[in-house]
Ligand binder design. Structure first.
Ligand code: NAD
Length: 308
């Protein structure tokens, strides 16, 4: 029933001349999730990756996630669950040829690694290959949308679509507009976000947009408290869970998202805005990263997960 509703919603959308064909550049953690939710909503999705191995990886991530969604949507009807999976996957194709990936694209969403040079190279090529009508968006977490889009001619058709991990579960989508993003582009991106089931918020092209701008300095301050010896890691986390009602403490959350990611984001912002004290990287966090203590993924961060 939910799938039907989503399909109807999308079809209505197509008749408005809006987004039907989506190109997903990068099929990693975020790209595979975005491809999945777009296909679930009835979009045709083409994933562009660097090789067959990476495409297979995207296919595996999507397959596992769709299996979970199908079970939830059709728990008493295995036939309906299988049909849902088949129909959704039939709308997703993988390619390694950039020009082919945008042949008939209404919207390109880029989610390759967080590297400005790479994003510039890709968008330059995409700008030459894609039809005029195609809108471009980046899923960057920490880079400037305007700077990423500085290499394209279609600056009025360029914006940010910042999804959250895991994409099929997290309901928020931050839709970012630069001074050059046209009202029409912005509205189309907002409508598309809604059509794929997300709650959209709008933000200017400011470091970290809304969520990370507030979250990253907060997490850093928690690490600084520990560094100063103000409180133990356990007490900092307990305090924010029980006193502020957060589901996770800040140091647990840093371990979950990766200490290296936090340092990478802060260093990037600090280079660009050296006078903003909120963006100053935390020495303790840098030290832990240098020791290979990256959080859950390496078995150890602020906490030790090896014995769990
Ligand atoms: P990832 O490393 O899981 O995936 C990146 C993918 O891009 C890889 O599969 C890689 O093969 C592919 N790629 C590299 N070069 C390419 C090219 N030239 N053409 C096509 N594909 C190419 O990374 P991720 O975690 O999915 O992050 C991707 C982007 O999303 C980054 O900009 C990141 O800041 C942003 N983001 C990440 C998260 C998160 O929680 N991981 C959340 C929001 C936004």
């Amino acid at each position: 029933m939910a799938t039907r509703a989503l399909l109807i919603q999308s079809r209505r959308h197509f008749s408005n001349g809006a987004i039907q064909n989506v190109t997903m550049v990068g099929g990693g953690l975020m790209g595979s999730g975005i491809a999945q939710v777009a296909a679930q909503a009835g979009n045709n999705v083409t994933i562009l990756e660097v090789g067959q191995e990476q495409l297979k990886n995207a296919q595996n991530i999507i397959g596992q996630s769709l299996g979970r969604v199908a079970k939830r949507l059709h728990k008493d009807d295995p036939n309906a669950a299988n049909k849902f999976i088949e129909e959704t996957t039939s709308r997703i194709q993988g390619v390694t040829d950039l020009a082919r990936s945008v042949e008939n694209s209404d919207l390109v969403v880029e989610a390759v690694v967080e590297n400005m040079e790479l994003k510039h190279k890709i968008f330059k090529e995409l700008d030459e290959a894609a039809p005029q009508k195609t809108l471009f968006a980046s899923n960057t977490s920490s880079l400037s949308i305007a700077e990423i889009g500085s290499v394209v001619q279609r600056k009025d058709r360029f914006g940010g679509l910042h999804f959250f991990n895991p994409v099929p579960v997290m309901r928020l989508l931050e839709v970012i507009r630069t001074p050059d993003t046209s009202e029409q582009t912005h509205q189309t991106l907002m409508r598309w976000g809604k059509s794929i089931g997300k709650t959209c918020v709008t933000c200017k092209d400011t470091p970290g947009f809304i969520v990370n701008r507030l979250l990253v300095p907060y997490l850093a301050e928690a690490a600084r408290m520990l560094e100063r010896g103000d409180a133990t890691a356990e007490d900092i986390d307990t305090a924010m869970k029980l006193g502020a009602g957060h589901p996770m403490g800040p140091l647990e959350l840093l371990d979950y998202t990766g200490l290296d990611t936090g340092v990478f984001i802060m260093e990037g912002w600090h280079r660009k805005y050296p006078d903003n004290p909120l963006f100053k990287p935390v020495e303790l966090q840098k030290k832990l990263v240098a020791q290979g203590r990256l959080g859950r993924k390496s078995g150890r961060g602020f906490y030790d997960y090896r014995k769990l």
